[in-house]
Design a protein around this ligand. Structure first.
Ligand code: FE2
Ligand code: FE2
Length: 322
C-alpha cells in the first residue's frame, strides 16, 4: 500500500482500527510465538535410530526437505508479495509477523536435520530439494503468481500452499505422532500447523473481502482460474506423492489427506469443496496424531479480546482445533 498520503509518511496508529480482525490476529500470533531452539529434538534420536527403517528415514528426510523449500518461499517471497496489497497498516504489520514466523518454520527443519543426520546426508537432502522436478514445479508455480498475479490471485496461491501443499509433508510426522514416535519433531510440526491454521484463515478472510467486491462475471472468472490452479497443483502433487511414498505403501492414504486439505483451502477462500474426501476418509492414525496433539492448543480462542473469528472458525478448522 501507499505509505505517503497528503505529502506525509503515515505513522501506524493502533488506536484506530479499520478491521478488528487485524488486531485480533496480531494478538493471536504474538501470543503463540515460539522458537525451534526450545524443543529438545535430540530426545527423538532413540526412535530415529531404533524404530525407523532406512527407507522411513529417507522419506522422512525428503519430506522435510520439501517443507523447507515451501517455507523458504513463504518467508522470502510470499509475504512480501502479499504485503504490497495490504489495505491498511495493521494488515502490513500482521504480514510482517507472518513473514518472520515463516523464517522460523524454515529454520526449524534445519534444526531437525542437524540433530538427526550427518552433514553429508543433510547436503543430499538439500540437493534433492533444489532439483526435484515436482517440488520445483509447485514452488515455481506459486512464486510466479506471487511475482505477477493480481492481489486476489496471490492470496489464493498463499492459501493453496499453506493449507494444501504442505500436507504431503506434514503427513509423515503426524503419522509417527499417531504411533507415539518422534514426539519432539511432532511438537515442532504442531506449532507450525497452529501458525498455518491462523495464516490460512486470515489470508483467506482477506481474500473473501476482495472477492465479494467483484462483479458476478469477475467472480466466475476468478473461480475458474482458482479451480484450474488447484487441479494443476493436485496433479503435480499426485506425482510427488507417488515418488515419495510408493516405497512405504502410504501413497493412497497421503492422497486422501491431501484432498481433504485441498477442500479446507477452498473453504478458507469461501469456495465450495472440490473433492469428496472428508475427515472420515483420512487415516485415523493421522487424524489421531492431529487431535491428540492439540490438547494444549486453543485455536482462535477468545483469550484477551473476545476473539471469535465467527465464520472463520466454522471453516472446519475444528478438526485441527488449535
Ligand atoms: Fe510456514
Ligand atoms: Fe504460513
Amino acid at each position: 500500500m501507499e505509505h505517503i498520503q497528503n505529502g506525509s509518511y503515515q505513522a501506524v496508529n493502533w488506536n484506530y482500527i479499520e478491521d478488528a480482525l487485524d488486531k485480533a490476529t496480531w494478538e493471536k500470533l504474538t501470543q503463540q510465538f515460539w522458537l525451534d531452539t526450545r524443543i529438545p529434538i535430540s530426545n527423538d534420536l532413540r526412535n530415529w535410530q531404533g524404530d525407523l527403517s532406512a527407507a522411513e528415514r529417507r522419506v522422512f528426510n525428503l519430506v522435510f526437505g520439501g517443507l523447507t523449500t515451501l517455507d523458504t518461499l513463504q518467508s522470502q517471497d510470499g509475504m512480501a508479495a502479499l504485503r504490497q496489497d495490504a489495505v491498511n497498516q495493521k494488515e502490513e504489520a500482521v504480514l510482517n509477523n507472518i513473514q518472520f514466523m515463516e523464517s522460523v518454520h524454515a529454520k526449524s527443519y534445519s534444526s531437525i536435520f542437524e540433530t538427526l543426520n550427518e552433514k553429508s546426508e543433510i547436503e543430499a537432502v538439500f540437493d534433492w530439494a533444489d532439483h526435484n522436478e515436482y517440488l520445483q514445479y509447485k514452488a515455481q508455480k506459486i512464486n510466479a503468481i506471487y511475482q505477477e498475479g493480481s492481489p486476489l490471485e496471490k492470496k489464493v496461491a498463499s492459501v493453496f500452499l499453506e493449507t494444501f501443499l504442505f500436507y504431503s509433508g506434514f503427513y509423515t510426522p503426524l503419522y509417527y505422532l499417531g504411533h507415539n514416535r518422534m514426539l519432539n519433531v511432532a511438537e515442532i510440526i504442531k506449532l507450525i500447523l497452529r501458525d498455518e491454521s491462523v495464516h490460512g484463515t486470515y489470508i483467506g478472510y482477506k481474500f473473501q473481502i476482495g472477492f465479494k467486491k467483484l462483479s458476478a462475471e469477475e467472480q466466475a472468472d476468478l473461480q475458474a482460474w482458482l479451480y484450474d490452479l488447484l487441479y494443476d497443483l493436485y496433479e503435480n502433487e499426485e506425482k510427488f506423492t507417488h515418488e515419495l511414498y510408493d516405497e512405504l505403501g502410504w501413497t493412497e492414504d497421503v492422497l486422501s489427506f491431501l484432498r481433504y486439505n485441498a477442500n479446507k483451502a477452498l473453504m478458507n477462500l469461501g469456495q465450495d469443496p472440490l473433492f469428496p474426501d472428508s475427515a472420515d476418509d483420512v487415516n485415523p492414525v493421522v487424524m489421531n496424531g492431529i487431535s491428540t496433539s492439540t490438547a494444549n492448543h486453543d485455536f482462535f480462542s477468545g483469550v484477551g479480546n473476545g476473539y471469535l473469528l465467527g465464520e472463520v472458525e466454522a471453516m472446519d478448522s475444528a478438526d485441527y482445533d488449535y
